[in-house]
Design a protein around this ligand. Structure first.
Ligand code: HEM
Length: 379
């Protein structure tokens, strides 16, 4: 990432327009926030105005530039937290909608994506309803936390009255250590090593993008993707008492190097066929259950984008940190739910507590200057 940094340490602008939303495929940025909103717009017309406003602000913020002057009497048009000129800093804005947006408020029931439901509760979950789901979700990712927060303030300012924050989780991706590897999560393991190849369009068409012509999804949904968010507390105090050998067996990779337990390279594909009894990689290891690498499970692969979060301490003084897990997929049941189902009861469950998140539908991209988020849905 260092190579594409501008002279001031900020990331270059990411083109906003396109068939797909620009924030879906890139690897995790240093800073992110996932914000769930309740729509308070009164009727379909106001919801349309909301989406148009969101688009106009996202178009400006992702390009950067001087905010328009408003004269010395009026409140300034920009918060100024990024200085007099808004810097793009690689900002991406990913907008999704939750199943509740398709209730009777906006007349959209017949247009609901076929697999969009509220988030399921899995056996090891301890879900807090106040931190689950929502009508609209916005993920902002950028090179720095100030860029993300500036964008969040701007978007909430321009959409006040039409949507209200429901829950929010800030996250960050640590620098890779050692450099050139993959960022680590709070368990000390590299997270994001194995993922479908985002540069391979055929793979993305099979696993990430919804294609309305073959999937039975509504035609407006083409070019979108199911977006799953899981807020997962990590019980680091317990984890730190576990031997490294056991930690590695729980995950299925070496902690220092990221190598699978049966190989001597980070890029090696674990060979479960040669290890049917789990002598090298236990049958219950996280990576083995998550991706058994069989022909039958190939179409349940997901595009994972994990960020760390840190919220200080809880009410009894324990560290409140964990994983802001996100993933994109073509079919939330065939992919996320199948993967999460295989993980039920895995040894890692003793050290993590999923408590929030949601299922959303990430909208198709904004094609050009005249287009806006959800145009085909609302038109
Ligand atoms: C706090 C919770 C979690 C932690 C600490 C964690 C950690 C890890 C680690 C260290 C790896 C190996 C490195 C890599 O390939 O990225 C991994 C792989 C993976 N995880 Fe997780 N994970 C968590 C939650 C989840 C959840 C909720 C899912 C999906 C339901 C998931 C699905 C996967 C998948 C699909 C892989 C790749 C397996 C492979 O292809 O080898 N993980 N995870």
């Amino acid at each position: 990432m260092a190579a594409d940094q501008a002279a001031d340490g900020r990331l270059p602008a990411v083109p906003f327009h396109g068939r797909y939303q620009a924030g879906i495929l890139p690897p995790p940025r240093p800073a992110t926030t996932v914000v769930s909103f309740d729509a308070t717009a009164d009727g379909n017309g106001e919801l349309t105005d909301l989406m148009r406003a969101l688009t106009a602000r996202a178009r400006f913020l992702t390009a950067g530039g001087p905010p328009p002057p408003t004269g010395i009497q009026a409140p300034p048009s920009d918060s100024g937290t990024l200085g007099p000129t808004v810097v793009a800093d690689g900002l991406t804005v990913t907008v999704g909608v939750g199943s509740t947006l398709f209730d009777d408020r906006y007349g959209l029931a017949a247009r609901k994506p076929g697999r969009l439901t509220p988030m399921r509760t899995f056996p090891d979950d301890a879900l807090d309803g106040t931190q689950c789901d929502g009508d609209v979700v916005v993920q902002l990712s950028a090179g720095h936390a100030d860029t993300v927060l500036h964008a969040l303030r701007d978007l909430t300012r321009h959409t006040r009255g039409a949507m209200q924050i429901n829950w929010r989780m800030d996250g960050y991706s640590s620098p890779a250590r050692p450099a050139g590897t993959v960022p680590r999560n709070h368990f000390g393991f590299m997270d994001g090593i194995s993922n479908p190849a985002v540069t391979d369009a055929a793979t993305m068409n099979k696993l990430v993008w919804v294609d309305a012509s073959t999937s039975g999804e509504p035609s407006w949904a083409a070019g979108g993707s199911y977006f799953v968010v899981r807020l997962i507390r990590m019980l680091t105090e317990f984890w730190d008492r576990v031997s490294i050998a056991e930690q590695e067996e729980i995950i299925g990779r070496r902690r220092p190097s990221g190598y699978p337990l049966d190989a001597n390279s980070i890029d090696a594909t674990p060979n479960f066929a040669l290890d049917p009894n789990g002598g090298a990689i236990p049958l219950t290891a996280h990576l083995r259950l998550a991706n058994p690498r069989t022909p039958q499970t190939a179409d349940s692969r997901i595009l994972r984008r994990a960020y760390n979060y840190d919220r200080g301490i809880d009410s009894v003084g324990d560290l409140d940190m964990g994983l802001l897990f996100t993933c994109f997929q073509q079919d939330v049941k065939r992919q996320f739910e199948a993967t999460q189902t295989r993980l039920i009861g895995e040894p890692m469950v003793d050290y993590v507590t999923p408590f929030g998140g949601g299922y959303f539908y990430a909208l198709p991209g904004v094609a050009d200057q005249s287009d806006w988020y959800g145009r085909a849905l609302l038109a």
